[in-house]
Structures are given as C-alpha cells and as structure tokens.
Design a protein around this ligand. Structure first.
Ligand SMILES: [Zn+2]
Length: 111
C-alpha cells in the first residue's frame, strides 16, 4: 500500500524531530490533487505509531486546494482535478502550482 510507506516517512520524520520527547500532535498537508488518501494515512498513522513516542498523537490533516498556472492566458486558476482545464480560458496547458503537497507542516512535542 502506497499510504503505508508515506505514513512511515511521516512518522520517521516526527521521531527524528522529537528525539526522546513524546509527540502530542502532527499537522500534515495533503493537497487535494495528491493521490494519497487521507483516511488511509490516518489508519496507517495509528497502526504505525503504536509503541513509539508518537502513539496517541493527534494527526491533523490539512488539504490545500489545487491550483495551476495557465500557459495560455498566463493566469492562476483553481484546479479541482489533476488534469483539469483553466477556469478562465478552458486551456489544458496548466502547470500545477499547488495541491500536490504531501508534507509535515508542524510537529508539537511535549516540553
Ligand atoms: Zn487560461
């Protein structure tokens, strides 16, 4: 499962950051255009964090919307799907500039 290795990466990063402290909460950004399924990440997070300093930590998932830069009208356009068209001129020549994120935004550790 794709999400399992993604989640393991998130957990490894948190543990590295936390050192010997317990992690209270983790904030993760998963763009709306990303192929990762948030529910699956939540599930894997719970399973993979068992027995680590992350066990019981709150996982907050933020979903930045998709957006792109249109090569035709040179404007920014919101994107609802990965291969969506420009909402201003209808062109498909879009460079995606947002919504594909998958990163840890914040880690809160115990004092
Ligand atoms: Zn356009």
């Amino acid at each position: 499962m794709h999400e399992m290795s993604l989640t393991q990466g998130i957990i490894d990063l948190c543990l590295e950051h936390a050192g010997t402290r317990r992690v209270n909460s983790v904030e993760v950004e998963i763009g709306l255009l990303s192929s990762a399924v948030p529910e699956a990440i939540e599930f894997c997070f719970e399973a993979c964090s068992k027995g680590t300093l992350l066990e019981g930590a709150m996982l907050a998932i933020i979903r930045p919307p998709g957006k792109g830069h249109c090569q035709e009208c040179l404007q920014e356009t919101p994107l609802n799907e990965l291969y969506g068209a420009c909402q201003r001129c209808g062109s498909n020549r879009i460079t995606i500039t947002g919504g594909e994120e998958l990163r840890v935004r914040a880690i809160e550790v115990e004092d």
